[in-house]
Design a binder for this molecule. Sequence first.
Ligand code: ADP
Length: 193
Amino acid sequence: MKLILLGPPGAGKGTQATRLVEKFGIPQLSTGDMLRAAVKAGTAVGLKAKAVMESGGLVSDEIVIGIIKDRIKEADAAKGFILDGFPRTVAQAEALTKLLADEKMKLDAVVELKVDEKALMARIENRARETVAAGGTVRADDNPESFKIRLDAYREQTAPVSAYYAGIGELKTVDGMAPIDEVTKAINRALAG
Ligand code: ADP
């Protein structure tokens, strides 16, 4: 199963990806997680990405395409993977189409979680509160200023990615405002149909 999850920040992609990982026994490839790990480890990629990530902007296509190109060739991705947070621009989507063709891989589905933008800020504030309550550290970009920039980046650069997949007849849309279990069921139905 090779799957892309699309949707704005706070749409619940991570939550649903975790469930799909269990169901299909395939890894979740989150470019956000990979970039945060690179920042933490202080690698060359991390040093380049840190400031733009914290502000809420997008890291360059070249960097994330490079990361994904290497990652999908690793052994644990042989049976499939869930892409979460990639592609985030049409250029990334086009690069992915080419990458998959070169590797003789085929996507099974692109699932978009549709959410009401007004609910997103509340979700992010909630995520920050829960993280603090659990003794964790809130992400450097989970603050109102960066979140607004992330939403703008989504609207301007990532929403066209849905149109790209709709255009090639691969997009399935699920209501991301439903309760978590309902969203999971809707995704499973979309994958079955
Ligand atoms: P969110 O919770 O907003 O979906 P992620 O954890 O996926 O965020 O990503 C956090 C940040 O990492 C993004 O705001 C961006 O700076 C960077 N990033 C992640 N994936 C990509 C990508 N595919 N292209 C460019 N930047 C990315």
